[in-house]
Write a protein that binds this ligand. Structure first.
Ligand SMILES: Cc1cc2nc3c(=O)[nH]c(=O)nc-3n(C[C@H](O)[C@H](O)[C@H](O)COP(=O)(O)O)c2cc1C
Length: 151
């Protein structure tokens, strides 16, 4: 079984990505990590369109499970994650899971990312919001482990 973890980097999402990767490997998944980074300079012709990416695996075909992770910035979804999802292909029929790192004000972040996946025919089988005002403690890490174990 192959899993892809696509994540928008932050100190917390990086740590959670590594934790989830280890747990999935325990479950015999072969795991590929993919950091979503946008191109620094966006072409003028791209105005109003999803940001062009410098990195991020957008073809979901080879994977049985796709895990998406991002931090909440500005009480909303990560624009970068949404832009990435809009460019992904072969989503139809795929199982996805979402984890979000924030300090507690997550607004519609989960709803927005989930709805893009569902719109393209994917199924969000589970999601978790990890809220950590003072950073990630053992309890939060354990939450991420439990989340991964159920996938
Ligand atoms: C500019 C900025 C805006 C943020 N806005 C929110 C927010 O609206 N709601 C929330 O719960 N957390 C918010 N956060 C907290 C981040 O989600 C949290 O810091 C992130 O998951 C951890 O990344 P870090 O450890 O690299 O800072 C914000 C952080 C930054 C830097």
């Amino acid at each position: 079984m192959k899993a892809l973890i696509s994540f928008v980097n932050s100190a917390e999402t990086k740590k959670l990505t590594e934790t989830i990767k280890e747990e999935l490997q325990e479950k015999n998944y072969s795991v590929q990590l993919s950091e979503i980074i946008k191109q620094k300079k966006q072409p003028k012709s791209n105005k109003g369109k999803p940001a062009k990416l410098k990195s991020g695996i957008t073809d979901w075909k080879p994977f049985d499970l796709i895990v998406l992770g991002f931090p909440v910035i500005g009480i909303s979804s990560s624009h970068l994650m949404n832009d990435y999802l809009k460019q992904c292909i072969n989503i139809k029929g795929k199982q996805a899971a979402i984890f979000i790192a924030c300090i507690g004000l997550h607004g519609n972040a989960l709803k927005k990312a989930s709805s893009i996946v569902s719109f393209h025919g994917g199924k969000v089988k589970d999601s978790i919001i990890i809220s950590s005002f003072l950073g990630l403690n053992e309890k939060k890490i354990q939450q991420a482990k439990n989340f991964a174990l159920k996938l």
